[in-house]
Design a protein around this ligand. Sequence first.
Ligand code: NAD
Length: 359
Amino acid sequence: MKYLVTGAAGFIGHFVSERLCEMGHDVVGIDNLNDYYDVNLKLARLNKLEKYSVVNGMLNIAVGSDIVTSSASRNANGNFTFIKIDLADRDGIAALFCNEKFDRVIHLGAQGGVRYSIENPLAYADSNLVGHLTVLEGCRHNNIQHLVYASSSSVYGLNSKVPFATSDSVDHPVSLYAATKKSNELMAHTYSHLYGLPTTGLRFFTVYGPWGRPDMAPILFADAITKGKAINVFNHGDMRRDFTYIDDIVEGIIRIQDIVPKSRADWTVETGSAANSSAPYSIYNIGNGNPVKLLDFIEAMETSLGIKAEKNFMDMQPGDVYQTYAEVEDLFEVTDYKPAVSVSEGVENFVKWYKEFYN
Ligand SMILES: NC(=O)c1ccc[n+]([C@@H]2O[C@H](COP(=O)([O-])OP(=O)(O)OC[C@H]3O[C@@H](n4cnc5c(N)ncnc54)[C@H](O)[C@@H]3O)[C@@H](O)[C@H]2O)c1
């Protein structure tokens, strides 16, 4: 099949692209390579995909959608094409869909980060709202079989009942990032309802592992600890996160994209789950289902690095929540799979990569 993967230079997107290429699918990966965090890390992730590239030296020429017709030397066995394009480029994304004729779309490109959404909310409007709509429009006009897109555990906002279940109401976000992710689910539902577009939203829970994001705790902690600086521990360490290892997330995405939601004639708002609809629409949590105390996560990092961290205990940050905890029974029921990698194993793998990558 032919896939569009958005956010292909991102942490999750490059692993999903890699996996689909290994499975023998044709993949077009797009990303705007923005500098929200180190662009070299994004380029290094894309370099891992170079071996699958349709066009040799893809990073030198991957600007604009003319790459596909470029006269550059081609790799006969390649099945990955990278295109640098912004999701908010309405005409560009429409042309991409029209030219490429995708079967399925895995939409992972977005402006991430809870804290940055307080500093720069408009970036989230462009990438997460306009960007999500250009993808929905592309899917609508080009008979896409299944759109799988990234939502987030942050949609649970002020909810205090745990574990967080997809049947719970999620109408009280505490950051603009979370509000855009909830909006993505609402927008997807509209397209599933109006145009019969099968959509699946995945609420990821704190994803970590090798090739992770420099704005997230594991790299921030590893950087500070190895440089002998104090790490900032928010809410005085009284926090729990359902840390989910990257391989578990990728496995979940790969399995779910094969489960195309169907319309449910008997579904009603009164009797049905908020995670389904009369339209071909589904929402799943992908999380470990096993929240870990922040201080235990830090201890696993100290053990793997072999260095004790100095800790700067601080108050809770605006936009943050006390705990995340995924109910994953629905995911298990349909995919026969639930995340299983423990924090000690995952952190060990992360630290091994971190030491190699950052020397
Ligand atoms: N990592 C997590 O813990 C986590 C948790 C919940 C949800 N998510 C969601 O999962 C998805 C993937 O997250 P990630 O951790 O891989 O993040 P990431 O930032 O590493 O990847 C996102 C990619 O999207 C690209 N991008 C951003 N705006 C774009 C635009 N306007 N046009 C084109 N490309 C653009 C970025 O350059 C980046 O490479 C995102 O939607 C994110 O919100 C991630």
